[in-house]
Design a protein around this ligand. Structure first.
Ligand code: ADP
Length: 596
């Protein structure tokens, strides 16, 4: 930055010279620079953790942030740092900060930025970039890329800061965009030259902004609340669906009160499991395929009618020919007015933040709410009892080799005994079976593949979950899913985090049984090295590796990991014939659907 002022370190005197004569000793001028202002702006806003990967031009930023007391967690790949930042945002309601180098590092982080936006998690991807003058003329700079333009389509907002005195505004805008309204991923572009710009320290300090009320409450309109309550009151077979927006809102006590005061059965979406314990008598998860088509009024709280809920129509909801087809009425509680009617008609939209909406609904409901009919509750209980008994029978079996069910019976017990542990889950079958078998008991304990059903969140989520909550972390990983972030076991060991990752190893994607039809020496595309020993990976970095071929060995390994709090990786050998192609979403896979 062109500045006429003398640049001196603090404490030095400045000689003011006139006609060769020293005429005065002026006050020293204290200077600051772009690096420092970024750090100060983050700290001023309570953002004290960076998930990233050092390199040009942000290496010094990571060093100086650490020196300034921030927690700087270095990953082995930006995608994992980004996933960590995104889930930190979900868990804390503050934007998770991911820091990357320019072009390739930025692109590696972009996946997580898109993930944050799609999942409504607040996150800021901060990337160093090359010089505007060269990038815009496409003159071939080091790691040249117009990153702002690339980020825009997948970000909720994107900003670039060119002058040190604008860093405060840039970070304030990024924070507001990430956490206000529907949260999302924000991109902040910081060109290399910005970091070295030097400005007067006092001016720099006064340019920083401590964001006041970054996520203002949004109070629902009284008519909207009344409309919703009237509709709910008219229901004969009401149902509440809780989504991860409800979990994010941290309105746990009011959400529980709403469910319990109305007596309405509820379904938790996967990351809303534990908002009320899965063992709650009103939880209808074990009768999901019964309640979705049968319900007449459905209240969605922080859940979208996207593919995960079959878009609110079709077979899952009764389909053609069902006596109640088209009979569903929907109440939707959401912060985004544009979410309404996105798939089917929403009869009673309640737009606002979930805390305010649920509290207004509670007031409107008052006391003496008529509980749902005994017929509706009885029919659900009957299905639940039948399905739970069937599952208990399957879980009690002890086949050799171990299968998903016998392994998950162990995991279920361990989670029950450790309800405060964070629980990370990804895979295909490893995801689907785990979600339905392992009960959660507390809010925001289960974090998983989210809206896109992506693979690769595993070890990044483990790092953030351990760092943010300081609790034990348990991860249940498909062997394929684990491969996307496996190298981060070094990160887990380096920071000595209490993570117990269990790899459900069935030798491949979906299963390990496909064969190469040509008889050639290449394995089928879905098959991995047979009998791989993932447990050896973590041993390379000083962690504990466990090879488990029976439920008893798995139990012992997990219990020991939780007792010792040491980074542990358990290679749980699962029958390679177990599992179905694409798990529960076979219908979306043209090849699997054809084979059926
Ligand atoms: P799930 O996958 O669990 O069904 P979704 O991600 O589809 O959940 O839906 C979450 C919804 O919650 C989004 O529509 C989002 O706008 C909404 N949301 C997120 N945070 C809040 C909040 N604090 N208040 C109200 N709605 C919220």
């Amino acid at each position: 930055m062109g500045t006429a002022e003398p640049q001196v370190a603090s404490g030095q005197d400045v000689k003011v010279v006139s006609g060769g004569q020293i005429v005065a000793n002026a006050q020293p001028q204290e200077m600051t620079d772009g690096f420092q202002l970024v750090i100060d702006a983050l700290k001023l806003n309570g953002l004290d953790t960076i998930y990233g990967l050092p390199g040009i031009p942000i290496t010094d930023l990571t060093r100086r942030a650490q020196a300034a007391g921030m927690r700087v967690l270095s990953f082995r790949h930006e995608q994992n740092a980004g996933y960590a930042a995104s889930i930190a945002g979900f868990l804390t309601q503050k934007p998770g900060i991911c820091l990357t180098v320019s072009a390739p590092g930025f692109l590696n982080g972009l996946n997580a930025l898109a993930h944050a936006t799609v999942n409504c998690f607040p996150m800021i991807l901060v990337s160093g970039s090359s010089e505007r003058e060269i990038v815009d003329l496409q003159q071939g700079d080091y790691e040249e890329m117009d990153q702002l333009a690339v980020a825009k389509p997948v970000a909720k907002a994107a900003f670039r800061v060119l002058h040190a005195e604008d860093i405060g505004v840039g970070i304030a805008r990024a924070i507001r965009a990430a956490v206000s309204g529907r949260p999302g991923g924000v991109y902040l572009d910081l060109p290399a030259k910005l970091f070295a710009q030097s400005i007067d320290a006092a001016a720099g300090k006064s340019s920083l902004i401590k964001v006041v009320d970054p996520a203002p409450r949004q109070i629902p309109a009284p008519q909207a609340v009344k409309r919703a309550v009237d509709l709910l009151k008219s229901a004969k077979k009401p149902l509440i669906i809780l989504g991860k927006g409800a979990a994010y809102s941290q309105a746990d006590a009011d959400i529980r009160a709403l469910v319990e005061k109305t007596g309405i059965p509820y379904l938790p979406m996967s990351m809303a499991k534990g908002l009320l314990p899965d063992t709650h008598e009103q939880c209808a998860s074990a009768a999901r395929s019964f309640v979705l088509p049968e319900a007449d009024v459905v209240m969605l709280v922080g859940a979208r009618l996207n593919w995960l809920l079959s878009h609110g129509k079709g077979k899952t909801w009764g389909g053609k020919g069902h006596k109640d087809w088209g009979g569903h009425k929907f109440i939707q509680v959401d912060i985004s007015p544009q979410e309404m009617d996105s798939n089917v008609r929403i009869d009673a939209p309640v737009v606002g933040d979930i805390g305010s909406c649920v509290s207004a609904l509670l007031t409107a409901i008052g006391s003496g709410w008529p509980k749902p009919s005994a017929d509706w509750i009885g029919a659900i209980t009957e299905r639940k009892t039948k399905n739970v008994a069937k599952m208990a029978e399957t879980l009690a079996k002890n086949p050799s080799p171990m299968n998903f069910h016998s392994a998950l019976a162990v995991v279920r017990d361990i989670v029950k005994a450790n309800p405060d542990a964070m629980f990370v889950n990804e895979g295909a079958n490893a995801l689907d079976f785990t979600r339905s078998i392992v009960d959660m008991y507390k809010p925001r304990k289960r974090i998983d593949v989210g809206t896109w059903g992506i693979m690769g969140i595993g070890m990044g989520y483990c790092v953030a979950a351990a760092v943010v909550t300081k609790q034990q972390v348990i991860a249940i990983e498909g062997d394929s899913a684990f491969g996307f972030s496996g190298m981060e076991v070094e990160t887990i060991c380096r920071y000595n985090l209490p993570v117990c990752a269990v790899i459900f190893n069935n030798n491949g994607v979906y299963r390990g049984t496909d064969v190469n039809p040509t008889g050639g020496s290449d394995l089928a595309p879905t098959v991995f090295v047979k009998g791989a020993r993932y447990d050896k990976l973590i041993e390379a970095f000083g962690g504990v590796g466990v090879h488990a071929t029976t439920p008893a060995e798995l139990r012992k390994g997990m219990e020991e990991a939780i007792r010792s709090k040491k980074p542990t990786l358990i290679n749980a050998v699962i029958d390679e014939t177990a599992g179905t192609e694409s798990g529960r979403i076979t219908s979306l896979n043209p090849s699997a659907a054809k084979k059926k």
